[in-house]
Design a binder for this molecule. Structure first.
Ligand code: PMT
Length: 221
C-alpha cells in the first residue's frame, strides 16, 4: 500500500536526455530513455504529490495526472526547471543533461565537400542546472536531488559530485551502452549531504524511485 505522504507537496522531476543540435537534422545526444524519471513522476503522483515532469526527448506516454513539459536542449530544460522550481517542495534531476553543446548551429544541413576533410565541431559549456538550483534555492527548505551517471570509480566519483553540485541527495548509478539506459531496472547508492548512504538493490526503476521519495519525505517533514 502506497503511503500518501506527499499530499499537499509539489515536486518537479526532469527526465530523458537533452539533444544539442548541429544543424536542422543532426544533434549530439545521449542514451537516456526517460524511464527512471517517469518512474519517479508516477510514484510521486501515487503518493499524492502534484507533479511537474520536465521531459527531454522522451517518447514515453504521459503518466496519468502528471503535468508534462516537453523540452529539447539543456538550455530549454534549464528554463523549464527555473520556471517550475519556485513552487516546488522538491526538485529531482533524473534527466541526462549534455555538459556541452555545439558552439554554432548551421541553419542548413551541413554538406560533405568532395576532397575536403570534415570541419571539427567546437563545443561550448552548457549551464549546470543542478549546481545552480542547489546554490540558489527557489524556496527555503526545498529538497534538491541529483543523479550521477558513472561508468567507472562509481562511488568515489559520486561522492565528489555530491560536494561539487551542492544538492541534498545524489543517486549514484552505473551506466553503460546497455546498462541502466533504456532498461526497466536499476540499482544505486543514494548519498546524502548529511553523510548517509542508502543502497538500493537491483530491481524495477519504481523501487529506486520509492526510496528516493522516502528520503525526500524524511527531509521535508
Ligand atoms: O532515462 P533512463 O533510460 O531510464 O536512464 C536513467 C539515467 C541513467 C539517465 C538516470 O538514472 C541518470 O543517471 N540520470 C542523470 C544523468 C546525468 O546527466 O548524469 P551526470 O552525472 O552527467 O550529471 C549529474 C547531475 O547533474 C544530474 O542530476 C544531471 O541532471 C545534472 N546536470 C548535468 C549536467 C548539466 N549541465 N546540468 C545538470 O543539471
Amino acid at each position: 500500500v502506497t503511503e500518501p505522504d506527499l499530499v499537499g507537496r509539489h515536486v518537479v522531476v526532469s527526465a530523458g536526455g537533452t539533444r544539442e543540435p548541429l544543424d536542422p537534422v543532426r544533434f549530439l545526444g545521449n542514451r537516456s530513455s526517460g524511464k527512471q524519471g517517469y518512474a519517479l513522476a508516477r510514484t510521486a503522483a501515487a503518493r499524492g504529490a502534484r507533479v511537474t515532469l520536465i521531459a527531454a526527448n522522451s517518447t514515453l506516454p504521459a503518466p496519468a495526472g502528471v503535468d508534462v513539459v516537453p523540452v529539447g536542449t539543456a538550455v530549454q530544460l534549464r528554463e523549464a526547471v527555473l520556471r517550475a522550481a519556485p513552487e516546488a517542495d522538491a526538485v529531482v534531476m533524473a534527466a541526462a543533461v549534455a555538459d556541452f553543446r555545439p558552439a554554432a548551429y548551421a541553419a542548413g544541413k551541413i554538406k560533405k565537400k568532395d576532397g575536403q576533410e570534415p570541419e571539427p565541431v567546437t563545443l561550448v559549456r552548457n549551464p549546470d542546472i543542478l549546481a545552480e538550483i542547489s546554490a540558489d534555492r527557489a524556496r527555503p527548505g526545498q529538497v534538491v536531488v541529483g543523479f550521477a551517471a558513472e561508468t567507472d570509480d562509481v562511488l568515489a566519483n559520486g561522492r565528489a559530485k555530491l560536494k561539487r553540485k551542492g544538492c541534498d541527495l545524489l543517486v549514484v548509478n552505473e551506466v553503460g551502452e546497455l546498462k541502466t539506459f533504456g532498461s526497466e531496472e536499476n540499482e544505486a547508492v543514494v548519498l546524502g549531504a548529511d553523510g548517509s548512504e542508502t543502497a538500493v538493490a537491483h530491481g524495477p526503476k519504481e523501487a529506486l524511485a520509492e526510496t528516493v521519495w522516502d528520503l525526500v519525505a524524511e527531509r521535508l517533514n
